[in-house]
Design a protein. Structure first.
Lengths: 330, 351
């Protein structure tokens, strides 16, 4: 339990590791799906190849789309690519970086499916048993009325009657599985060599400084979008609370206004101030709509000097009046 | 147990992940139900097709409706749809957005049932065994002398292991239909995934700004409803406390008040504070008719989405409030409200 918690905490620590975690989960799901899928070769000459190649190619496509869908970077990349320029210039390198990161992660689960099917061999046997030359093996069942092609097409089906007490089927299956595993291992080796070469050679060709910048700004975009969503949620909460209380207030009769002091203000004025601050001055539907519109059509520039150097109030001397001094950091 | 507790805590952390959790649980329930369900084809020509296709189609419809029932947002959507316009205009895009998100979540369990059924192949076998061309599957000499109805009756028995004698043909035919069923299942999954991909990955190309707006306001409606319920609960509690206190005071008359003065000297401060905070929570609503009016108006005439700026100085705020009220709340007696708000502005100033 503790280990699981630690692992989950590690994966949730930043958005890159969340994406990696989801990618690995999808790969595990693809392995589990393969083991639980009941592979059912039709054992008919016309349909064997079609079925096998279908099972080998359609699930990887599905996993690819799923990988693109569940990746957070897809949304960030599409936003950055499609947005109007506004006050913030667009950086195509960031979009390219996000695209390649998304693509690499989305390709893992399909590759895992393909490798698992090749290493297992059932699909190859179903697809290519018809192409094997039966003369290579002894014990071809020739007492049935069927021609050679149909016999070979039945090789993937263990329980078929014609192969009882015959080692022919097992020999052919082993032969084709051997080919399938060879292809699987070669593909795996090729991918690993490609990855290693890419890692080793990349520093020779790229500008590392530019890469650092691109990586920083892609991470920034992701965090900014998350924070915007969170701020919207908090704002909606405060807006709702105030709207409801205001509604109650509006419904009261005149009696409350004859009291010397509206009683509900005295105790909650501090909390009220804090909440007003959280509203950031956005208190009407039109203002909120305009804010959301501007967030998309005119994203602000990447410059926070104004708010970082805003003068803060501090208490000077003995009096409690807040004074505004530049450079006062209380 | 520990694992379940942790999972529940994580799922309840926010509304979205709670809904996703319910969605996931329903999907698992549908897969589990399929494996626990004992599929028994009737093996009769008149009923095979109905049974097979019925089992493919009716449980998904049931899961879809169950998804709507379990989703809290359905009542929010219905309320927003049916409410009178009042002071707040209705936005059809928000209704569409809420409906789409509810539908998307409800479609997952039915889709899983359909894919699991197709991958398993039994329902296709039951439904389509009578359409097979039995000559393709091996030595079919036994059907030579049969009439059409007898042949169909024989074919209808293929899904039942014990009723069909020629095992070789039965196995070959089962494999064939299962292969077609699995191909249909994979194609169905591919179509669903591709559609989801189009909706989620390509949509930002078209309506991103409007999407931000509808997402914010639909989330706002949900939160506002919760806040209203919370405020009502708090109000009811304070109302009850004050009501009971008043009742006791009225019943016992002077003795109670004398008793209070004598023994309550030390903790009168706390009591007084509690009483005041309860009175505060009443927000000025102190009678049953008033509360009824509040609850009635909450549905028939929702307030405008415009908060008063109470921290500004007196004159400005009164003018602004008057304008806001006239512009959005549409009160006929805007002038009367202007006078009222001016009084409040004086009380709110910090001087």
């Amino acid at each position: 339990m503790e280990r699981l918690k630690l692992v989950l905490q590690y994966f949730q620590s930043n958005s890159e590791s969340i994406s990696n975690g989801i990618c690995i989960v999808l790969a595990l799901v693809s392995v589990k799906l393969y083991t639980s899928f009941d592979f059912n070769c039709p054992c008919l000459p016309q349909y064997n190849k079609l079925y096998s190649l279908g099972v080998m190619t359609v699930p990887p496509i599905i996993f690819f789309f799923l990988g693109v869908l569940v990746n957070r970077h897809t949304g960030v990349m599409m936003d950055e690519w499609m947005r109007p320029v506004g006050n913030r210039s667009k950086n195509p390198a960031v979009v390219k970086y996000l695209f390649s990161a998304m693509l690499q992660r989305a390709l893992l689960a399909p590759m895992v499916w393909i490798l698992v099917t090749l290493l297992d061999g059932k699909i190859f046997i179903c697809a290519f048993s018809v192409s094997v030359d039966p003369g290579l093996f002894s014990g071809v069942p020739n007492n049935t009325g069927l021609d050679v092609i149909r016999i070979m097409a039945k090789v993937p089906c263990k329980e078929d009657v014609i192969f009882q007490n015959s080692s022919f089927r097992k020999a052919v299956s082993r032969y084709v599985r051997c080919y399938s595993q060879a292809v699987g291992w070669s593909i795996l080796l090729f991918l690993i060599v490609l990855g290693a070469m890419g890692r080793l050679i990349k520093p020779c060709f790229e500008d590392h400084a530019a890469f650092l910048q691109t990586r920083y700004w892609s991470n920034y975009l992701d965090v900014e979008q998350k924070l915007f969503d969170e701020t919207c949620v908090l704002h909606a909460r405060d807006f709702a609370r105030k709207c409801v209380v205001q509604f109650f207030e509006d419904m009261t009769e005149d009696s409350i206004l004859h009291l010397p002091h509206p009683p509900f203000i005295s105790n909650v004025s501090e909390r009220w101030e804090e909440e007003e601050e959280r509203l950031h001055g956005v208190t009407r539907q039109e203002q909120m709509d305009q804010l959301l519109n501007k967030w998309y059509y005119g994203k602000p520039e990447l410059d926070v000097t104004r708010i970082a150097h805003r003068p803060r109030p501090c208490l000077a001397g003995g009096n409690l009046e807040p004074t505004y001094l530049l450079g006062c950091y209380y | 147990m520990d694992k379940f507790r942790m999972m529940f805590q994580f799922l309840q952390s926010n509304q979205e992940s709670f809904m996703n959790g319910i969605c996931g649980i329903m999907a698992l329930a549908s897969a589990q139900m399929y494996s626990a369900f004992e599929f028994s084809c009737p093996c009769m020509p008149e009923y095979n097709y109905t049974y097979g296709i019925g089992l493919l189609v009716i449980p998904p419809i049931w899961f879809f409706l169950l998804g709507f029932v379990l989703n809290n947002n359905v009542s929010v959507l219905a309320e927003e749809w049916k409410r009178p316009t009042g002071s707040r205009t209705k936005d059809p895009t928000i209704l569409r957005y809420m409906f789409c998100s509810i539908t998307q979540r409800s479609l997952i369990a039915p889709a899983l049932w359909v894919s699991v059924t197709l991958m398993d192949g039994k329902s296709f076998l039951c439904a389509f065994s009578i359409n097979l061309d039995i000559e393709k599957f091996g030595n079919s000499s036994f059907v030579k002398g049969m009439s059409e109805t007898e042949k169909i009756r024989l074919l209808a028995r293929i899904p039942c292991k014990d009723l069909f004698e020629h095992q070789e043909i039965r196995v070959a035919a089962t494999r064939y239909i299962k292969c077609i069923s699995q191909a249909c299942g994979w194609i169905f999954l591919l179509m669903m995934t591709f559609t989801a991909f189009l909706i989620r990955a390509i949509r930002p190309c078209f309506t991103q700004a409007a999407f931000l707006k509808t997402k914010y306001w639909s989330h706002y409606i949900d939160i506002e409803r919760k806040m209203f319920d919370e405020t009502c609960k708090e109000h009811a509690k304070s109302f009850a406390k004050v009501c009971i206190h008043q009742y006791f005071e009225n019943i016992s008359g002077e003795m109670q008040s004398l008793h209070c003065h004598r023994s309550g000297q030390d903790d009168s401060g706390d009591e007084g504070e509690d009483k005041r905070s309860d009175e505060d929570k009443l927000l000025g609503i102190r009678a049953q008719d008033d509360m009824n009016k509040v609850l009635w108006n909450w549905h028939t005439s929702k307030p405008a989405l415009a908060l008063r700026k109470d921290q500004m100085d007196g004159e400005n705020s009164s003018k602004l409030n008057g304008k806001i009220n006239e512009g959005f709340n549409g009160f006929a007696n805007g002038h009367a409200h202007e006078t009222k708000k001016r009084e409040w502005a004086v009380y709110y100033s910090k001087v």
